[in-house]
Design a protein. Sequence first.
Length: 751
Amino acid sequence: MNADDFSALNITFENSFGDGSQAVAVLLNADRTAFKNCRFLGNQDTLYTKGNGTPRHYFRDCYIDGNVDFIFGSSVAVFDRCVVYAKTRTTNGSSYITAANTPPGQPYGYVFRNCRLPANTGGTQYVLGRPWQNATGFATPAHNKVVFLNATLGAGLIQPAGWAVWDAGTNTSLITYAEYQSRTFSGNLAPIGQRVSWSKQLTAADTAAYTVANLFGSSWNPCATAAGFCGSYAPEIAVSNFRATKGNSTTPSTLSWNISWAMSQIKYELFRSSDNVAFSMVGEVTALTDSLYNFQLPDVVPPAGSIYYYYLKASKPGVATHTTETIRISSAPTLTITGTLGTFVQYQTNASGVQAYSLAGANLTANVTITPPAGYEVSANAGTTWATAADPLVLTPVDNTLAATISVRLNAATAGSYTGNIVHSSPGNTTTNVPVAGTKTNTAAPISRPLQWWPLKASSTDSSAVRSGAVVASTPILRGLTVSNGTTVPAIRAYSNTFGQAFGASTNGDGTWATTIGGPGGNLSRRVYEQFTVTAGPNSIVRLDSLLLTSAFYNTSSNTKLAVVYSRSNFATDSADVMGGTGPTGGLPSTANGAFQTPILLANQPGGPTLTYRLLLNESAGITLAAGQRLTIRLYFSCGSTSSGRYGLLKNVVVKGENITVLSNKPLAGSGLNVFPNPATSHVAVELSGYSKATELCLYNVLGQPVQRLDVPGKAGIQRTTFNLSQLPAGVYLLRTRTEGGSDVRRILKQ
């Protein structure tokens, strides 16, 4: 509202956005605005008062609710005989009522006179205010001013300290936070012995300054806004926050609400319907005093497959009845999919790699049928059995609920692209789809062999016996982690055959992880990791496709997490998460696929880690390293336990892929290779001369993946063959010959 001299009577203003983010119901950016018998409904930042100069705002007999800083701003505002309802929060146990940012030099800010602050039903405690814009980073901090005169405070609503600073940079000498004779609803003076030392308790003489005339000046009298604006007041019946909380098999549902202006003898009648047409009363309660603000009634949970609809009628003789909007409690069948699937690639033989997502069902009244599109297969038992479009997967709920991990693979018979939806259906439920896309090619799958192995059983060095000649030896580095001291838990040494490498976040090696000692606690931290590197050797080219590791925790499963992130620049300019893979029970769901935001939950294995995870690098494409290039891999760990001896365990870290090194860039002695045309558009001819032994011709893309392969029998003289490039995207390709004596390579440009 930007217009001066605005007024409103008997109006409700609401922003119904949920708890957790700013949602202003009314913004006053004007002078001389007045409200009577109005309701302001919201959550965070319900009522924002501001304006040019020294804006003046007046609220009389109003109701204001919210849950974070829900009355905030810079104006001079008077709240006379208002109800300030600090709601139950859904995310934490404490919050703030006001957040005034009174400008320097302005003599007054917020003044609450004879207001009621009822307690909420959930036990959320509040402070009366915190100083907005009086904090770190403000060169000219606000001179925050909030005063409560003769307030009535609900039991347990206000924290003993009463008020709060914004942060460590708050200057409390600039703040005027004060109360005068705050009382409880029983009429006794409220306990103020633990109020912050920089707040004030006013005397009767102090309150003389807080008159409307003194606060607003002689140029504006809000009581003259309308006839009777500041006269006698007959409150209306107005129900707020009518909510439903669904119960379960042992606990009934709860219908709760609060009244905006409390009165005795209001009768509340709760009505229910199963079809939202025919309603019948299922409960009633009557307010016995004018100090009761919160009410609730129980009701049975709707049976699976059904929905109950409710409304509330509040009535009292001589006062207009209030009938609420209709709300519902649903036991309708629902299917929920968590996670998405990446692109599938199936090569000449075998099925593609497996991916997975999570499926949850509630209130199901029949089986769930999962039908993949043509070419795809699904499994609910980690690949022990697979279902197809012709023979779909059928899952049976238990107690009307379902929880499953669905593994998916492409297993098509012919080459081509395969897209579609995995369809999930159950009677009474809206069909739910998971899109899939993939390709089957007639080329051989990339070769995947161990390139580097860190056993971590005797030391941190890699195994020279396994290390490919195309990569360089390396030793992992611990950051924010320390191996076991071998004494906190004598059986757990720094390195052992049974436990592998044992480590924690404490520098003394006692296996603690708490944030108080600099550890990550139960949340992953970018500062706490073990780093592995793979470097292509001189004159070498390698393709890395996956990381294998065996990991668990010792004697704890409290937020024991693992995430894997990699970079080609040592995290200077790039960073990428692993793209899932497989775990001990099959495909990893996208909700716990090893990415930093969706980490794997590691098990408690006090006998030593046995659970192995295979994590994909850059999905099916892998990562190609030319000579001297390095891939840095970081393993992030967290643990929520605060006890010592809770060691992370890691062993058998393996990087797999393929050595695609060109053995020689020159033709073999006595042999030659020619390709034409080059650049090419659809086909390229290959001419071989002097290859007397069988020769393999393989065409690679820039990622080092083979896209076509031909075998040419040995023959004296000149041989010719052709590669069809028409189905390949434009770009650079490498053509390599391989025979017993060595290899040759040519670069081809597809236009």
